[in-house]
Design a protein around this ligand. Structure first.
Ligand code: PLP
Length: 361
């Protein structure tokens, strides 16, 4: 099986699992306890916090551990997005859905000036789009304009962290979310950067853990795994070779593939390919049957696949949005794997009849 779904999640690296194991076994303490079990757990959490903070150039006390980027994003939106919120068309559902229920407006970074005049207090943008892989351009300049208008700036760096350099000082953001499982760590643990001096009420209140910023007993094994994964995930080792070879083979096949957003700066491992008129969900099923795990850029429902909401918002035709399949490679993906994935996809398309029914036999 060739795994081409790293934007969905990455496998937990072995050193990460090794680092976590003692905290499931003998070192099971609660870091809030005063005795040795608690103190050793606290020490491990503090070491992990330093590793995670270093990955984004933050100070340890600017970091809050959460249950994942979904919670981090919701914390920012619920805490700072109630008095005028702007989001882009590239947002993940964990921004898009709460933002819409808070009455947010969609904007293009290029039109930001106009919309900021209406008094937005929070701007939330995706640093690297999970579907297209597109990178948000000109971030320091965007930050300057947002701050000049008196608003706060949130970045969702869930797909960016570990794949490209992320430094909160260079990005000049006030908040930044990311998640362990996208960079080789465990699922169910994430982080939120809150710039020193910026006030943000907690989403989850209770026992006052993490200086009152997020209550709940800390997920010690998860946090330790996050620290180890953050230390190992080096963007310098993440090349675009596998993705580029994959796209080169699709382009050379002469089949009517549409490669999306290839003319813009993108994450090094992401390739969004559409076959307009096809059903992405069925293509993903056929790919899995052929030994390749990819994903549809669309949400599947019981009645078939819905076209990707994000691609429709970006102005792609409905047929393109419905036929979009995302292949996402990791730092460890090989060129041989990319070649096999491309060959399988080409075989599937060649076997697809004109009615759009996939028949790989
Ligand atoms: N933001 C982006 C851009 C994502 O791609 C994802 C996950 O796919 C999330 C947020 C949510 O992350 P988590 O699974 O940690 O809640």
């Amino acid at each position: 099986m060739i795994y081409c779904d790293f934007n969905a999640t990455a496998p937990c690296r072995q050193p990460v699992i090794d680092a976590m194991l003692p905290f499931f076994r003998e070192e099971f303490g609660n870091p809030a306890s005063r005795h040795g079990f608690g103190l050793r757990a606290l020490e491990a959490v503090e070491q992990a916090a330093a590793q995670v903070a270093r990955r984004i150039g933050a100070e340890v006390d600017e970091l809050v551990f959460t249950s994942g980027a979904t919670e981090s994003n919701n914390t920012v939106l619920q805490g700072a997005g109630r008095r005028g919120l702007l989001i882009s068309r590239h947002e993940h559902a964990s921004i898009y859905r709460p933002a819409r229920s808070l009455g947010a407006r969609l904007t293009d970074p290029a039109e930001l000036e106009e919309v900021l005049k209406d008094g937005a207090r929070l701007v939330a943008f995706n640093l690297a789009c999970h579907e297209t892989g597109e990178l948000l351009a000109g971030v320091p300049e965007l930050a300057r304009r947002i701050h000049a208008a008196g608003a706060l700036f949130h970045l969702d760096a869930t797909q960016a962290a570990g794949k490209i350099p992320v430094d909160v000082h260079e990005l000049d953001c006030d908040f930044l979310s990311f998640s362990a499982h996208k960079l080789g760590g465990p699922k169910g643990v994430g982080a939120l950067y809150i710039r020193s001096g910026v006030e943000l009420p907690p989403l989850i209140d209770g026992g006052g853990q993490q200086r009152g910023r997020r209550s709940g007993t800390l997920n010690v094994p998860g946090i330790v795994g996050f620290g180890a994964a953050a230390r190992l995930a080096d963007p310098a080792r993440f090349s675009s070779c596998a993705r580029d070879r994959f796209e080169e083979l699709l382009a050379a096949s002469g089949l009517p593939f549409e490669l999306i957003a290839t003319d813009r700066p993108r994450l090094p491992g992401t390739s969004l390919v559409s076959l307009p008129g096809e059903d992405a969900g069925k293509l993903v099923d056929a790919l899995y049957a052929a030994g390749v795990a990819a994903s549809a850029g669309s949400a599947c429902s019981g009645r078939g696949s819905e076209p990707s909401r994000l691609l429709l918002d970006l102005g792609y035709p409905a047929l393109t949005a419905a036929g979009a399949v995302r292949f996402s490679f990791g730092a460890e993906s090989s060129i041989a794997e990319a070649e096999e994935a491309a060959a399988a996809f080409i075989r599937i398309i060649q076997a697809t009849n004109r009615k759009g029914v996939v028949d790989v036999n």
